[in-house]
Design a binder for this molecule. Structure first.
Ligand code: URP
Ligand code: ZN
Ligand code: ZN
Length: 461
């Protein structure tokens, strides 16, 4: 017996198709008209878009602060799939004096039978040495074809020599390295100065991470990548200054793949000084890079429209406001760094991107599903509605309206960055590899059935 999805508008980056989809088991087996068989179950998608499940290639589930985890893989992926995301790629983190294999084992333990979405890992490299270099080969065999390095965070950042050597190795392997671009040494100095001057409130998180330091790290990265002659992926681009630096590298002919996140499109630095509220509420927005000016919001939207920004991910890294963010009540440098958002990305990009005519519905599918799948080696199993692809399908009715409210969210965290925002759309049905997981916005399959995705090498767009 199969499932037929009929009457919907199938969206891809290329356009809209009004055809039926037949699912058998985990796969889409046919797309066409009059394809149903007598025994098939019929799903009527009239009035809805039928889209490939969204892919969030930037999550940090199970992030711990003071021994507490807000979103584990279990709750985080439940929130993800409730919000239209059927696959995530999380960052497995090598810490200093440990190996990539240790990080992989740790992440495998966290995810085992514990995810509602399909999942994979990028491997974060924080301790660069000969052994790490060798381990990159092993990671590729395990289906980890992307890595991440930091220019920021004193405990994680690597130096230019390590970046150069890792890029050379990555080029040899045909893998991709993503980079957190902020100058960590200078940020460290600015933070020290701020605290010495008694500037302890959350707003100084933003003041001590100016956009020039994002621009500087991007300039350094693209200069190193130019020597190695290899593409790089920039995570969570936040500023117009950084965007311009990327344009300069592209004008030189370099291949730079760019990601941004809803918070850098929809929020701005005024959130660090919330009007009529306790100034510590700014701690909710302590994430890195910090929120920027409204001009940056518009530059980034335009970058998506022009195809200069390839991916919108979330950087979901949840900490509760109470107890966890409060660790920094007297010193902003102690506020856990990160913010939630995995549940909200799809409807926010639809509401503030598509409905406001900043981007088309096709572009939404491109940056939420298709490009992430292509870049990170999941395509064409994922990221597209095609015969032979996994039946990861979101049936999205655009007409419903709701207000974001932390009390009603699935994310296991006590606030929402977008509290009070209007959003449009309702997830009528969400399938993961042919299994119905969400119906009318409710999880209907209570067992987490996400599978590890051994990824191929990606296609650089
Ligand atoms: O604030 C953030 N983004 N926390 C997570 C770690 C990172 O930089 O991606
Ligand atoms: Zn980062
Ligand atoms: Zn991140």
């Amino acid at each position: 017996m199969g499932i037929i999805i009929t009457n919907g508008k199938i969206v891809s980056s290329k356009g809209i198709l009004e055809k039926d989809i037949r699912i058998v088991g985990e796969k889409i087996v046919e797309i066409g008209l009059d394809i149903s068989k007598a025994e098939d179950e019929i799903i009527d998608a009239k009035g809805s878009y039928v889209m490939p499940g969204a892919i969030d290639v930037h999550t940090h589930f199970d992030a711990d602060a003071c021994g507490i985890v807000a979103d584990s893989f279990y709750t985080g992926t439940k929130a993800a799939i409730s919000g239209g995301t059927t696959t995530i790629i999380d960052f497995a983190e090598q810490v200093k004096d440990s190996t990539l294999r240790e990080a992989l084992n740790q992440w495998n333990e966290k995810t085992k039978d514990n995810t509602y979405t399909d999942y994979g890992y990028h491997m974060t490299i924080s301790d660069w040495n000969k052994e790490t270099e060798k381990e990159m080969e092993y990671m590729v065999k395990e289906g980890i074809t992307s890595f991440k390095m930091f220019f920021a965070y004193k405990d994680l950042q690597v130096d230019d020599r390590a970046i150069y050597e890792a890029l050379k190795k990555s080029k040899e392997l045909g893998t991709l390295i993503s980079f957190h671009c902020e100058n960590g040494n200078l940020i460290d100095k600015l933070r020290e100065e701020a605290i010495l001057n008694g500037n302890t409130e959350p707003i100084f998180h933003m003041e001590t991470r100016p956009p020039s330091l994002e621009r500087e790290a991007i300039s350094r990265l693209t200069s190193i990548a130019e020597i190695v002659d290899t593409p790089v992926y920039i995570v969570h681009l936040s500023s117009k200054e950084g965007y311009k630096e990327i344009e300069r590298a592209k004008e030189r002919g370099q291949k730079i793949i760019v990601e941004t996140c809803p918070q850098y499109l929809l929020l701005n630095k005024d959130y660090y000084l919330p009007k009529g509220k306790d100034s510590f509420e700014g701690a909710k927005y302590v994430m890195s890079p910090p929120l920027r000016d409204m001009e940056s919001n518009e530059v980034l939207w335009n970058g998506i429209k022009l195809g200069e920004i390839d991916v919108v991910a979330t950087d979901h890294c949840a900490f509760n406001y109470k107890v966890q963010k409060e660790l920094g009540i007297d010193d902003f440098t102690k506020i856990p760094n990160g913010a939630p958002g995995v549940e909200n990305r799809f409807k926010l990009i639809y509401t503030y991107g598509v409905r406001k005519n900043k981007i088309t519905i096709e572009k939404l599918v491109e940056v939420l599903s298709e490009n992430p799948a292509k870049i990170f080696g999941l395509y064409p199993n994922k990221g597209v509605i095609k015969e032979g692809s996994d039946a990861d399908i979101v049936i999205f009715n655009p007409e419903y309206k709701s207000i974001i409210n932390a009390e009603e969210q699935v994310q296991n965290v006590d606030y929402n960055l977008y509290e009070g925002f209007t959003q449009y759309g309702r997830f009528e049905y969400i399938f993961l590899r042919g299994q119905l997981i969400v119906e009318k916005e409710k999880i209907v399959n209570s067992t987490p059935t996400g599978k590890y995705q051994k990824r191929d090498k990606g296609n650089i767009l």
